[in-house]
Design a binder for this molecule. Structure first.
Ligand code: ACM
Length: 263
C-alpha cells in the first residue's frame, strides 16, 4: 500500500488558490491514501467567529470537499484532509475522508487547541474506523495527539493507520507520535503545514513542518523538513499493524488492565 502526505503553506482565506495548488501538486501522484494538513484550504489563524462562519463549508457539498472528491476520483486514491465544516450556525474543525466514489466519513476535532476554543464547537463524532480496502483508517486532528485515549480508541476499533491532519506550532508532536504508534502498534501519517500566520494583531504562529510517517514499531520512515514543501509517498504493509503480539507472553491490547485504569 502506498501512503503519503503533502506538506505546504496554505495562504489564509485563499481557498481557491490553495485548492488549485494542491490539485496541481497532486496531479500525477500514485498512492492509495494521501493526507493533507488541518484546515488546508482555509488557513488556521482566524480572528473572529464571523470569519470562521464565512470560510466554513458544508460537507459534502462545499467547494473543498467537492474538489477533494474530484481529486480522489482522478487519482484513484483516498484522501484525508482538514477543513472548517459548517452545519447550520455551528462550525467544527473537521477532517473528511473521501474516495473515488465520494465522501466516506467526517471526523470533527475532539480536543480544540488555544483560540480554536473561541471559534469552533468541540467535535461530537467520536472516533470512527473506516475500511478503505487497502487498510482500516482512523482520523485524529492535530492537538488530539496529546490525548492517548484518542489514538487508543482508534486502535481498539481496529485502525491500522492514524491519519493526522495537523497545523502544529509546538515542537513535541512529531516525537510523541512515535509513542502513539508504539503503544498501539499502528502506523501514523501526520500531515503538517509550514509557514506562519500573524493576523489581526495576534501573536505570530509558526508552523513546524516535520510531517512524518511512523510504523507500528515506532520507526520514522520519513520526516519532512521544518520549512519546505514536501510531498512524500511511501510503501507500507498495513497488516503489520494487526499483529499485537509483543512476544510469546504479551499481547498489547489483551494485556490491558481495564479494571485498574480510570478512563
Ligand atoms: C493544533 O491543534 N492545531 C495545534
Amino acid at each position: 500500500m502506498r501512503v503519503g502526505y503533502f506538506q505546504f503553506a496554505p495562504a489564509f482565506g485563499e481557498v481557491a488558490r490553495n485548492l488549485e495548488l494542491v490539485t496541481t501538486r497532486l496531479a500525477t501522484v500514485q498512492c492509495d491514501l494521501m493526507v493533507l494538513p488541518e484546515l488546508f484550504a482555509s488557513g488556521y489563524q482566524f480572528v473572529s467567529k464571523e470569519e470562521v462562519e464565512s470560510l466554513a463549508e458544508p460537507v459534502p457539498d462545499g467547494a473543498t470537499t467537492k474538489r477533494l472528491i474530484e481529486l480522489a476520483r482522478d487519482r484513484h486514491m483516498h484522501v484525508v484532509a482538514g477543513l472548517p465544516e459548517r452545519q447550520g450556525k455551528v462550525c467544527y474543525n473537521s477532517a473528511v475522508l473521501v474516495g473515488p466514489a465520494g465522501l466516506i466519513g467526517t471526523y470533527r476535532k475532539t480536543h480544540l487547541f488555544f483560540e480554536e476554543t473561541l471559534y469552533f464547537t468541540p467535535g461530537d463524532t467520536g472516533f470512527t474506523v473506516w475500511d478503505i480496502g487497502s487498510a482500516k483508517v482512523g482520523v485524529l486532528v492535530c492537538f488530539d495527539w496529546l490525548y492517548p485515549e484518542a489514538a487508543r480508541t482508534l486502535a481498539l476499533k481496529g485502525a491500522d493507520i492514524l491519519c493526522h491532519p495537523s497545523n502544529l506550532v509546538l515542537p513535541h508532536c512529531p516525537d510523541a507520535m512515535v509513542t502513539r504508534c508504539l503503544e498501539n502498534r499502528v502506523f501514523s501519517v501526520t500531515a503538517n503545514r509550514i509557514g506562519s500566520e500573524e493576523r489581526g494583531g495576534k501573536e505570530r504562529l509558526t508552523y513546524i513542518g516535520a510531517s512524518e510517517v511512523v510504523t507500528p514499531r515506532g520507526r520514522i520512515l520519513h520526516r519532512a523538513p521544518r520549512d519546505q514543501e514536501d510531498l512524500t509517498i511511501l510503501d507500507i504493509d498495513p497488516t503489520e499493524a494487526r499483529n499485537k503480539a509483543l512476544n510469546p507472553y504479551n499481547d498489547l491490547l489483551r494485556d490491558r488492565r481495564k479494571d485498574l485504569y480510570e478512563l
